[in-house]
Design a protein around this ligand. Structure first.
Ligand code: UDP
Ligand code: MG
Length: 356
């Protein structure tokens, strides 16, 4: 049995040595390959991984042409994985590699998805813990309780689960949602989430908010519909208020001209209308982006990757750039780290677009 480990990396040079050491230690008795997806790192990450790949054919590297985001990197890793089971994990060792043998054990017992579940996040800031809790709660409520709280992207998928996920090629991707949507047989392993080994988190507050919105809007049309109920309530309230104003104007002479309240109400209602319009606009924008059918990522370089013609066919919405150097001038490094071709050699054309 071959186990593939997919690891998206963005400027993780600081944690790589320890990650590789702990991975090798944990995978001593398991036939495995590690697929690193370099998501446009600007530090030594790609260089370090290239050196590792030259020495160890089980280390594979896919380099994006620029930063396409964590979810696109995970998608690429799953696209290129050959294993009977595939694990997706972060590079910062917040997902302990020591859990891998136990995950494989559960996979061999017949589970399609094995999900480590965080029982503690003591190492993280109060703010991160609080926002994460709120996030899981809202997303779970809006998506019909399909998502399990405290389960992140660190998961094992069986080959058939990977094939199923590969066939879902939407642009705005929320991998946890896609996996949950498939509804496959899932096992859970509780674990303590530790602090980052080095470097900084790549998810800023703004990025986290965008990610949360993707999770909600990809799996729920509730924000679109909420404006309907809000609009109904507000119209009813406005109508009732108007009746009262009429009554006061006709039967009592105590109507005080209250510009302030009118202006305040106007602001509130306009704000709500703009908010609802914004939600609709965002969904329209997403439809527009899906309609363009753009590739999810562009691979500029790979190491130790071979693509069979079969997997090439199933790889849609991805661009894989071929090596620009002529084949006879390739150095040893270029031969290992170039672009994948059907026969494992470098492709001669300057651009190979795969199913775009
Ligand atoms: N990552 C990535 N591209 C990005 C952001 C993050 O490949 O645009 C990688 C990052 O190197 C790490 C994993 O995704 O291996 C998770 O990111 P991070 O640990 O910063 O997220 P957090 O755990 O803080 O939510
Ligand atoms: Mg992390």
């Amino acid at each position: 049995m071959l186990l593939s480990i997919v690891i998206p990396v963005l400027n993780e040079a600081e944690t790589l040595p320890l990650l590789l050491a702990r991975l090798r230690e944990s995978l001593r008795n398991i036939d495995s390959e590690a697929i690193f997806v370099d998501d446009g790192s600007t530090d030594d990450t790609a260089w370090m991984l290239e050196q590792e790949a030259l020495q160890d054919p089980a280390i594979r590297l896919i380099r994006f042409s620029r930063n396409f985001g964590h979810q696109a990197a995970v998608t690429a890793g799953l696209d290129f994985a050959n294993g009977d089971a595939v694990v997706v994990m972060d590079a910062d060792l917040q997902d302990p590699p020591e859990l891998l043998p136990r995950m494989v054990e559960l996979f061999t017992q017949g589970y399609d998805v094995v999900s480590p579940q965080r029982i503690s996040r003591d190492s993280e800031t109060l703010f991160k813990r609080w926002t994460a809790k709120l996030f899981y709660r809202i997303v779970s409520d809006l998506t019909g309780h399909r998502l399990t709280p405290e389960v992140g992207d660190f998961r094992l998928f069986s080959r058939r689960a990977v094939l199923a996920i590969r066939s879902l090629r939407e642009q705005h991707r929320y991998m946890r949602g896609l996996a949950a949507w498939l509804g496959l047989k899932e096992a859970f392993i509780p674990f303590d989430r530790e602090a980052r080994t080095g470097g900084r988190t790549k998810y800023s507050f703004l990025k986290m908010m965008r990610f949360a919105w993707t999770a909600i809007s990809s799996f729920s049309a509730f924000p679109l519909r909420v404006s309907i109920s809000l609009g109904c309530c507000l119209s009813f309230f406005g109508f009732a208020y108007l009746l009262r104003v009429f009554y006061l104007a006709l039967w009592s002479h105590s109507l005080v001209p209250g510009w302030a309240s009118v202006v305040a109400l106007q602001c509130i209602f306009s704000g709500m209308i703009l908010l609802a319009l914004g939600a609709i606009g965002d969904y329209v924008a997403r439809i527009y982006e899906e309609a363009k059918n753009r590739p999810l990522y562009v691979v500029a370089e790979t190491c130790n990757i071979m693509l069979s013609s079969k997997s090439r066919e199933s790889l849609t919405r991805a661009i894989i750039l071929a090596n620009s150097a002529p084949r006879d001038t390739l150095t040893m490094r270029q031969a290992a780290c170039s672009s994948p071709d059907n026969d494992g050699h470098s492709a001669q054309s300057s651009l190979v677009g795969v199913g775009t």
